[in-house]
Design a protein around this ligand. Structure first.
Ligand SMILES: [Zn+2]
Length: 445
């Protein structure tokens, strides 16, 4: 009997409702959280609403008795372990029965063996937010043991916890950029992403997918990197000039020099732990804070702004599958000014907003993933809206976005008529604590 079934039975016994009723209440709860709740988590919430106490079990789950990996067997519930992180794979998004979710696989070990751990939904976020990396010791509380492909694996489920207990002492896989030579496998690099090129699609007949090139730097140098497939999105979501930890990458000889590749075994950690190494790299090549009334042409800057309007217009266009530039649908197929007649073109999101920082109010355009993130809508969905739906959509988003504060990184373009327009490179929610620290620093100057 698995955990959800036993919880249903106990809720049913405690509340007098049939198991069927309890199961549908749990389903409804999961529905409400659009798949971001595990069966067990939903069951706990339903139990609370029905006034059923599951405490006895909860206490048991919080027992601190530790198990060794070699002692685990299929079907065990509520086990606790202290392990070392060996490898973290890139989180994967999935959609099952119309519900969206995210999962992340990791390999962990202790003195007795090695096992795969699967994290789900909120736990993935918590894991990444703690900046847990290779070599760190973590505690896993309330895990279930199951079998997958004949191998045992652990899942952390509702009420379970993953906590960093000890930072990695050393990591032999970690390299400085200067130390990267051709044909290394499974290397880690702490570096700052200083430039991102447009995403490209490829189709060699055998393989097809997406690739995104970017430049990373540390205090020893810079390197061209390629992120493949699912990782293209992860890299695009990271604000430019952020210091990140790349794990599980490999190197290859590029046209002129060694290049770093992020494949299916790699991941990018957006919030690495802040130590002296981090601070040193983070200080490099800083994007300067600017006021919107003092921008120069072609300048890259950062500003804290308020969105004051969303400008009405088309929210998507067809982009060349090869170079990402605008494509047109003709009788012969798709036409790109750069590439000529092309096989594929895909909708790409585009939007413009007015931003204000108290010094000037400027128009700012967002493309691709930046526009999708701002509108919280995929380009393919935007492309399918009828004119009427689009107008409705714009009105709704205007209300949502107006008054919202964003920390904007953008490139300025100043015309001959001295009018300034912006292109967004990335944006994020301003972190209040960081902003206050910044203000204090400014005042001390
Ligand atoms: Zn093209």
């Amino acid at each position: 009997m698995d955990s959800a079934d036993s919880l249903i039975e106990r809720i049913s016994n405690g509340s007098g409702k049939t198991s069927k009723d309890v199961a549908s209440l749990i389903e409804a709860k999961k529905e409400k959280f659009s798949g971001l709740l595990t069966d067990a988590g939903a069951a706990f919430m339903v139990a609370k609403e029905l006034g059923v106490s599951l405490e006895e079990k909860e206490l048991k789950q919080e027992s601190t008795e530790l198990t060794k990996i070699s002692k685990l067997s299929e079907g065990q519930m509520g086990v606790n372990l202290e392990v070392e992180v060996e490898h973290v794979f890139s989180p994967k998004k999935f959609e099952k029965n119309g519900k969206k979710g995210i999962l992340c696989n990791c390999l962990v070990k202790d003195a007795s063996g090695e096992i795969r751990v699967t994290l789900w939904h909120e736990d993935v976020k918590k894991f990444f937010e703690q900046g847990i990396q290779r070599g760190d010791k973590i505690s896993l509380t309330n895990c279930a043991v199951s079998k997958f492909n004949e191998k045992l694996q652990l899942s952390v489920f509702g009420g379970g916890k993953i906590e960093l207990t000890e930072n990695a002492k050393q990591n032999d896989k970690k390299k400085k950029i200067k130390e990267l030579t051709d044909n290394l496998i499974d290397v880690d690099v702490l570096a700052k992403i200083t430039r991102v090129f447009p995403e490209r699609e490829f189709n060699t007949g055998e393989r097809q997918g997406k690739v995104l090139s970017f430049i990373a730097m540390d205090e020893t140098g810079s390197i061209r990197c390629s992120a493949w497939n699912e990782l293209t999105e992860a890299v695009q979501r990271i604000p430019l000039n952020s210091t990140v930890l790349i794990e599980g990458a490999y190197t290859k000889k590029g046209l002129n020099e060694t290049e770093l590749h992020l494949g299916w075994q790699s991941r990018v950690l957006f919030h690495p732990k802040k130590n002296t190494e981090f601070e040193k790299i983070d200080e490099l090549n800083k994007i300067e804070r600017k006021k919107l009334n003092e921008l120069n042409d072609a300048e890259l800057f950062e500003a804290r702004t308020t969105i004051v309007d969303l400008i009405k217009g088309k929210m998507s266009y067809l982009a060349c599958g090869k170079c990402g530039k605008k494509a047109e649908s003709t009788e012969k197929g798709f036409q790109c000014d750069n590439c000529g007649i092309i096989e594929s073109a895909k909708p790409r999101a585009i939007t413009s907003i007015l931003v204000d920082d108290g010094f000037a109010c400027l128009r700012c355009s967002l493309f691709g993933i930046q526009a999708e993130q701002l509108l919280k809508t995929k380009a393919s969905e935007l492309n399918e809206l009828t004119e009427e739906q689009l107008n409705e959509f714009i009105e709704k988003k205007k209300k949502e976005l107006t008054g919202k504060e964003i920390l904007l990184q953008a490139k300025a373009r100043v015309s001959e008529a001295n009018e300034t327009e912006l292109t967004c490179i990335s944006f994020s929610k301003p972190e209040t604590k960081k902003e206050i620290e910044k203000k204090i620093k400014e005042m001390k100057k």
